[in-house]
Design a protein around this ligand. Sequence first.
Ligand code: HMG
Ligand code: MG
Length: 298
Amino acid sequence: SRPKFVQIKEVGPRDGLQNEKKQVTTEDKIAFIDMLSDSGIKEIEYSSFVHPKWIPQLSDAYEVGKGIKRKPNVRYSALIPNMKGLELALDAGIDGASIFMSASEMHNKKNINKTISETYPVLGEVVGEAKKAGKHVTGYISTVFDCPFEGKILPEKVMEVCDHLFKAGVDDVSLGDTIGTAVPSQVEQLLEEILNRYPKERIIMHYHDTRGMAIANILTSLKYGITRFDSSVGGLGGCPYAPGAAGNVATNDVLYLLHGMGIKTGIQEGDMQKAAFFMQSKLGKTLPSKSMTYAAAQ
Ligand code: HMG
Ligand code: MG
């Protein structure tokens, strides 16, 4: 059986833009996020409160947070690595805090400059303070299938990080195929283990589309009852600390899949296309979404 409704979180303004070299102006980011807000989507990750030297594209997170027009039924979240990031984010305005770490030691070190065991207390404090401030907290786990430096990651390793994050108090966990290597059998293997221990409502799947497997992996996840996915409009982005990684699966293509199968999302495909073409024109390059390629040819 398939779910009747799927909740999509739009991560284009964060995961998408973080790896785009051409600097997008703050004004254009705000216009872009406001367009996304108009699509009927319920959650948008609008930026990152990380060190500006690590991700220069998102160094205007505070101004973006202050500038967007917030819709009351949309959860606006941001990526947060530590207490300094949380303080800035609370000041700029967030409904949700997204903390992040990796299942692999080497990716964790390259991405946030800490070992996995050094990361837990730092994130634990962020989760505690964000919950005290009444915010929704999502814990991202990167490299849940494969790591660009360590190769295959065992489900046990992912479970261990998952346990720590849930114990710290996160509301849900987003499992990242950071470098887009997974095939459906790997998704099955991980979800068998994960869903034995956690309710499916608390698990989000986050697929990058480096090898074109994301749609197949989403379909596999749906068969396991997963109803929450992260995606990026147009298929923007990648991961700056995972060489060769492509962007997230394109929101437009996920909507085509779900709506075509009769699964509701509450999101207007036309509004998403509009936002995608807007950002494509600002970046001056063709975005990978297949539905955009098709629309542009008509
Ligand atoms: P660090 O250098 O170890 O930090 O970086 P530190 O705590 O030692 O502090 C060094 C300096 O940075 C200090 O300044 C701090 O104040 C400052 P100084 O005293 O030297 O002048 N600092 C900050 N400034 C602004 N905002 C902050 C902040 N924190 C410290 N939040 C750190 C550690 C985590 C900060 C750094 O490694 C970092 O910013 N990393 C971010 C990397 C990143 O954004 N990666 C991409 C996102 S993750 C992703 O895309 C995966 C995901 O999509 C899921 C998937 O696909 O798998 C989520
Ligand atoms: Mg990602």
